[in-house]
Design a protein around this ligand. Structure first.
Ligand code: FEO
Ligand code: CA
Ligand code: CA
Length: 665
């Protein structure tokens, strides 16, 4: 039975079919998932000392080499906190011994002079000065020269999308049959101002995190902020529009999901489901038809194209090509122009977390969040200059983008997307590297990359030299299309793949891999979950989405899609053992209020604060047949204010250990 689709995030899933990968890449269809001798394989790949790796999140540590550490069995108590019971209610919860306090909410002031939040009289001008909607990626940059770099810094925040039914009084859902009848230009402009990102200055005062009011660093970036395209595709004919005949000056960023923090202190913000914002029909015979179809354009989930021509394919067929990129932003310069780095490819970017290669080049891992799409990697041509920040200003414009092939024997290879190599030639419709980048997905199709179960965050662990790939779910994978890296048909609960780059070098072209865990309820045999037997009834989870590796090299996983109706538990954060006897053990740490998903997990450099983002609290639970549609008037929760008449507010939460010390100990 088809459930009514009642939340934007679930709309997202439904819409994913539109752009799904129709390529005939080797699915290893006949290959039955099998385990292999991991130790033997690792031996063959000579995974040895991991040297000179700088944690990507540690600006303060840039220029210093992290400790040389070899993968080894950790002490039994990797995560000694007392586990949080799993459940679902209107509030957030954190494991005993920790505090989890609201730092900033949708509508709170960001820019000096921002008006007070009034959800019944919101305007685009007010929203453009206030904290945006649906906070997703978080990144923390220690303030240079701060007495305590873990107590004063800049927090950058992605605002991924908007929920009109929860934001605006008396509206309800607008897409589909509603045909956006209730949407006005004013409401659309509020939505556009609620997208993008925020930069806020944050400081611990008397042990509690506070937003510094009227900070000179404060910034709002929206769907209309002037930006710059750079790299091989900048200025190409396919990026030109009536408003920008040079093809180098796009306006705004949209659907910014996860991201990354570079060692030189910039923020990478990733455009994901950009197809949702477009409507209309391409002119007959448009050369962009194949390209747009592969990305699911038009997605028709917003009314923007009714009021802004550039979001109407019939009027601006090239405008979508100016979205779907990684955007680099200097958070320390509020006047800087955000730069879309085309060399890193165009697709539905989940995130862009990275690590330094042995030789100092920067390696960025990226997931393309669509059923049957790919895991990517970008390696800069030049080494990062850790002594001179400015020298890295355009380092992301030159390098090699590759897609991953996971072979059935537990090995794999990165396949470079380089014009003129292999099938990436004029015979296949690529005239130059710009074409390869604008149509990254089609290029990866031709190279034979492995079709994955919705790749979300991909994060390197500089302590162990391994890389973790969150594969959130894929209900469309049929039994005859499973492969070793995506071993379950109708994969409702997702899994995590662990990659071990050859020689422990993130820039190596070969890797070993294995499935770390198949997610879901291990007590239901048909689910096929593979959490370790040490995992409690609270410790398992479904739908891994984002993740964080803390300063001790411990893996933390955040989820999107657990609910009372689906798994009997809300989304949240689970600690995940990756080494030793307890490998594959999950442990519940944080729980979001109903309707929300968990985003943005990010640690301060010393692990004393864990920032997390609660996205779309109060959305309806579409897996619960008894759940009512959620609206401004009747949300599933009024978190975090719980004031009658006030809608739920996506918010950032700061988690600290009571009495101080590292979170999760
Ligand atoms: Fe925006 Fe893939 O989650
Ligand atoms: Ca996500
Ligand atoms: Ca997700």
């Amino acid at each position: 039975m088809t459930q009514p689709i009642s939340s934007r995030s679930q709309q997202a899933e439904a819409a994913e079919d539109v752009g799904s990968n129709a390529s005939a890449n080797p699915s290893l269809g006949e290959v039955v998932a099998h385990r292999f001798d991991r130790r033997g394989l690792l031996g063959a790949l000579a995974v040895g000392a991991i040297s000179a790796v700088v944690a990507p999140r540690a600006l303060a540590a840039a220029g210093t080499a992290a400790s040389t550490t070899q993968a080894s069995a950790p002490a039994a108590e990797t995560f000694p906190f007392r586990e949080l019971p799993a459940g679902a209610d209107e509030r957030h919860h954190v494991a005993d011994g920790h505090d989890a306090e609201i730092l900033i909410r949708w509508g709170d002031p960001v820019l000096p002079g921002a008006p007070a939040f009034d959800p019944r009289a919101q305007t685009a001008a007010a929203q453009a000065m206030q904290f945006g909607y649906n906070n997703d990626f978080l990144g923390y940059f220690p303030m240079p020269g701060a007495a305590d770099p873990a107590a004063h810094g800049l927090l950058v925040v992605n605002h991924e999308y908007t929920n009109e039914e929860l934001m605006f009084p008396g509206l309800g859902r607008q897409e589909g049959k509603a045909a956006f009848a209730g949407m006005t230009r004013d409401l659309v402009d509020i939505e556009m101002a609620a997208h993008g990102g925020s930069v806020i200055e944050v400081r611990k005062v008397d042990g509690r995190w506070r937003v510094v009011p009227d900070s000179g660093f404060a910034r709002r970036i929206t769907a209309t902020t002037p930006m710059r395209l750079s790299g091989p595709a900048a200025g190409t004919e396919r990026l030109r529009t009536a408003a920008d005949p040079e093809g180098r000056h796009p306006l705004g960023m949209i659907n910014n999901c996860a991201g990354g923090v570079t060692p030189w202190g910039t923020w990478l913000s990733c455009e994901e489901n950009i197809n949702y914002y477009f409507r209309g029909r391409l002119p007959e015979g448009s050369p962009e038809a194949r390209n747009h179809k592969r990305l699911g354009l038009p997605g028709n989930l917003y009314a923007w194209g009714r009021f802004h021509d550039r979001f109407d394919l019939g009027r601006e067929p090239n405008e979508p090509n100016r979205f779907g990129w990684v955007v680099e932003i200097d958070p320390f310069d509020p006047a800087s122009v955000p730069v879309k780095r085309t060399a890193m490819g165009r697709f539905k970017h989940e995130g862009a977390a990275g690590a330094l290669a042995r030789d100092g080049r920067y390696v960025v891992f990226q997931g393309d969040d669509e059923r049957f799409d790919y895991v990517y990697r970008f390696v800069t041509e030049a080494a990062v200059d850790t002594a001179n920040r400015a020298a890295n200003r355009d380092i992301l414009d030159r390098g090699t983008l590759s897609a991953a092939r996971f072979d059935a024997d537990g090995r794999g290879a990165w396949l470079p997307l380089v014009f003129g190599q292999g099938p990436l030639t004029p015979e296949n419709g690529f005239r130059d590297q710009a074409d390869v980048l604008v149509e990254t997905r089609r290029a990866a199709d031709l190279l034979g990359a492995t079709r994955m179960d919705r790749p979300e965050d991909v994060e390197a662990n500089p302590k162990t030299g391994k890389v973790y790939v969150m594969l959130t779910n894929n209900k469309s994978r049929k039994a005859d299309a499973v492969d070793a890296a995506n071993p379950r048909p109708d994969n409702r609960f997702g899994h995590i793949v662990e990659m071990s780059p050859e020689g422990g070098d993130f820039a190596a072209n070969a890797f070993a891999w294995e499935v770390l865990v198949r997610c879901g309820d291990p007590s239901v045999a048909a689910v096929g979950a593979t959490f370790s037997s040490a995992t409690t009834k609270d410790g398992w989870f479904g739908m891994p989405d984002n993740c964080a590796v803390d300063g001790q090299g411990r893996l933390w996983v955040s989820t999107d899609g657990n609910s009372r109706g689906k798994t009997g538990r809300a989304d949240g954060i689970w600690a995940m053992e990756t080494e030793g006897e307890r490998r594959g053990t999950g442990k519940h740490f944080f729980q979001v209020p109903v309707g929300a998903e968990m985003c943005g997990p990010y640690f301060t450099p010393d692990d004393t604060t864990f920032f997390v983002a609660v996205q779309h609290p109060g959305e309806a639970d579409e897996e619960d047949p008894n759940a009512a549609p959620a609206t401004f008037e009747q949300p599933a929760t009024r978190w975090p204010d719980f004031e009658p008449g006030t809608p739920p507010r996506p918010s950032v939460v700061a988690i600290t250990r009571r009495g101080g010390g590292r979170v999760g100990t």
